[in-house]
Design a protein around this ligand. Structure first.
Ligand SMILES: Cc1cc2nc3c(=O)[nH]c(=O)nc-3n(C[C@H](O)[C@H](O)[C@H](O)COP(=O)(O)O)c2cc1C
Length: 277
């Protein structure tokens, strides 16, 4: 079982130590190959904002660096730890740079069947802001998010005290991650998961000619099939929790159709009727 840490501290400090410790706890459970990847150690250039990855595909990205290698490592991992220090009340610039370079994954999610754990390390405050963002991008990209590791560690080489003690969930989350990777149980879906799927499907169906790479990806995955109820078939959920999100997406679809007609924009949803959900 492969676990990758994507760690975004610009130096070998508290976040590095916390990730190392989590890796040790995880490896002690057996059968885990843990790789601690620090974003500062690889050549990951900033996004240039050209939008080519969204428009024509990530393989056409003009920035040539270690991104492809990192993408391969994410594809091979069964679990990923996204670890960031809290800088200026949010994730670090290295972590944001990483997210921006994989931003097309918000439109074309792909990490289903993989697990994510978030880790935030702060001097005192800002953990909620940083970890909410980590959970948002990991979940939207397809990971099943197992929980947060929250640490309050004073900055290195200072006399700042440790203000708060958060409960260390390293042992708990390591064993949860280990069990999930071993047993791969069907993912339990809640209303918000269905909502995410139906709303995205409603949008991408309509944006067809305006967003052809996204449309082709969704079509290839079979997600436009009216029988598809989620991104992945390895799930369990109830009809009840999917019903309301599906209805809402239909209503939102009618609204979007009207808006697109007013703007004289024609999308695939309009051409192929108004299947909303
Ligand atoms: C540029 C910078 C900004 C920071 N911003 C915050 C902050 O907004 N809130 C906070 O409580 N601590 C803040 N800190 C303190 C760090 O979150 C804390 O020292 C953490 O343990 C750093 O982890 P690291 O050693 O991996 O960098 C900041 C530290 C730096 C260097």
């Amino acid at each position: 079982m492969k676990v990758l840490s994507v760690e975004g501290s610009p130096h070998r400090g508290n976040t590095y130590d916390r990730v190392q410790r989590f890796g040790e706890v995880l490896e002690a459970l057996g059968g885990v190959d843990f790789e601690h990847l620090s974003l500062r150690d690889i050549d990951l250039q900033p996004c240039r904002g050209c939008f080519i990855c969204f428009d024509r595909g990530e393989h056409v990205c003009p920035v040539k660096d270690d991104k492809e290698e990192l993408s391969r490592k994410l594809d091979e991992a069964d679990g990923v730890v996204f670890a960031t220090p809290v800088y200026s009340m949010h994730i670090s610039y290295l972590m944001k740079r990483f997210v921006d370079r994989f931003a097309y994954t918000f439109h074309r999610p792909r990490y289903f069947g993989k697990y994510a754990v978030g880790m935030g390390v702060t001097g005192g405050i800002g953990l909620n802001e940083a970890l909410e963002y980590v959970q948002m991008f990991a979940t939207t990209w397809g990971f099943e998010y197992l929980g947060d590791l929250r640490y309050v560690d004073p900055p290195r080489n200072t006399k700042m005290p440790r203000f708060v003690n958060e409960t260390d969930r390293a042992e708990e989350l390591a064993s949860k991650l280990h069990r999930m990777m071993r047993e791969k149980p069907k993912r339990k879906l809640r209303s918000k998961d269905y909502y995410h799927f139906y709303m995205m499907r409603m949008v991408y169906k309509r944006l067809g000619p305006l967003s052809p790479t996204d449309f082709a990806y969704w079509e290839k995955q079979g997600w436009f099939d009216p029988k598809a109820t989620y991104f992945s078939p390895d799930v369990r959920g109830s009809l009840l929790s999917s019903l309301f999100p599906r209805m809402l997406s239909r209503i939102a679809g009618w609204g979007l159709d009207r808006r697109m007609r007013k703007l004289s924009v024609s999308g695939a949803g309009e051409e192929s009727g108004t299947e909303g959900g």
